[in-house]
Design a protein around this ligand. Structure first.
Ligand SMILES: [Zn+2]
Length: 379
């Protein structure tokens, strides 16, 4: 072997070693952070709440969503499973924007105590001092002013509604399918609950046959859309869901409670059934036990709890119309300049609806769904 060949061989070996060494060193850096941060987090939570028993513990977190947090997932699950916790029973891993802070809420059902801890993922990751409050709903409800004050102070950094509703809802018992929707929506509200009721109504009354899928013209919009996205994979990107608003006078003309048009579509046959549904929020509000003077967060949670019981669902969803549609009508429904209710002949086009144009929107907004929405906003 001449000198040049030896030099080439040395260079090749060095290059190969360098290629293997790079990912190895990156992985060991991640592991170094892992080995300290998550054990510290769990110890901190335990110092506030006591032992994290499977029977009493719920952990809510945006681990994996917040930018950079994903590298702590394996270390998190190591601590989590060491404590015999279950990923389907003791964890709500909520979806969040990558720009949002990285946080954890540890909740103990037995005491009602909840510890909120943020993680600052700087060069040297830091845990915030835990903020622990008793958030058992009955306790908060009995002194609403005190909790409203805490909410105003952003005691859980603006996550108060999400944490209180998710933790207390979990105590009541959440179906796993609902949990998936709540993780996507990242809080528990009457809007997402109504979406769950609507989805279950469709699944019961118009179950999918082979080759069929649900397409949703979610008009008007409220928190319900995230349910169809999560349960049916009806994502806007895959042309499964179109969301748009209605004017107050259009809602009124549609009877005051339109909840969208749900299409059972058979792509192969190029035909489907369009089912226009109403949702009776007035009944929810009247039946949930909320009082007029209750704070907004309290009314919403009482509606959530009432909607958790499927015995209460009877009569909430009603059919406004059922129409057979073809590909041409479906294509028309999808257009940006078409109102799906007008396309299906359920609503007059704006230029033909003179009496509606003359209606007083503020007066119309004081009834039905908008009244509910406005009432909550006021609180
Ligand atoms: Zn919501």
């Amino acid at each position: 072997m001449n000198k040049q060949n030896i030099l080439q061989l040395v260079c090749s070996i060095t290059l190969i070693l360098a290629l293997f060494a790079l990912p190895g060193s990156a992985a060991s850096e991640v592991k170094a952070s892992d080995s300290e941060l998550m054990p510290r987090l769990f110890s901190l939570a335990e110092s506030e709440l006591g032992e994290l028993e499977a029977e009493n513990t719920l952990i809510i977190t945006d681990l994996g969503s917040s930018e950079g947090s994903y590298i702590y997932q394996d270390a998190f699950y190591k601590e989590f499973f060491e404590r015999k916790l279950s990923s389907t029973k003791n964890l709500l891993k909520v979806q969040n924007s990558k720009n949002s802070p990285f946080w954890f809420a540890f909740f103990n059902k037995a005491s009602g105590n909840c510890s909120f801890i943020e993680i600052n993922l700087g060069a040297k990751p830091e845990l915030s001092a835990p903020v622990t409050r008793n958030i058992a709903f009955e306790k908060l409800y009995s002194n609403q002013t005190a909790w409203t004050e805490e909410v105003n102070q952003k005691v859980f950094k603006g996550r108060e509604f999400a944490i209180v509703t998710l933790a207390n809802g979990w105590v009541e018992g959440l179906d796993y399918e609902l949990i998936r929707c709540l993780e996507t929506h990242n809080h528990f509200c009457p809007g997402v609950s109504s979406g769950y009721v609507l989805a279950k109504w469709m699944e019961e009354n118009y179950p999918l046959s082979e080759g069929e899928q649900y397409l949703v013209f979610s008009c008007p919009t409220w928190c319900k859309e995230d349910v169809f996205v999560r349960l049916w994979d009806a994502t806007p990107g895959k042309r499964g869901l179109w969301a748009s608003e209605l004017r107050a006078e259009e809602i009124e003309a549609l009877g005051g409670a339109p909840a969208g048009i749900f299409v059972v579509w058979n792509g192969k046959e190029g035909k489907g059934k369009a089912v226009a549904l109403n949702f009776d929020f007035d009944k929810v509000r009247e039946s949930c036990g909320s009082k007029a003077e209750d704070a907004g967060w309290a009314s919403k949670y009482l509606m959530d709890v009432w909607l958790l019981d499927d015995k209460n669902w009877k009569g909430l969803v009603s059919e406004a119309a059922v129409l057979e549609i073809d590909e041409a009508t479906l294509a028309e429904l999808k257009l940006a300049d078409s109102n799906p209710y007008v396309t299906l002949g359920l609503l007059n086009p704006p230029e033909k609806s003179k009496p509606l144009e003359n209606a007083n929107p503020s007066e119309k907004a004081s009834t039905g769904f908008f009244a509910w929405l406005n009432q909550l906003k006021e609180n």
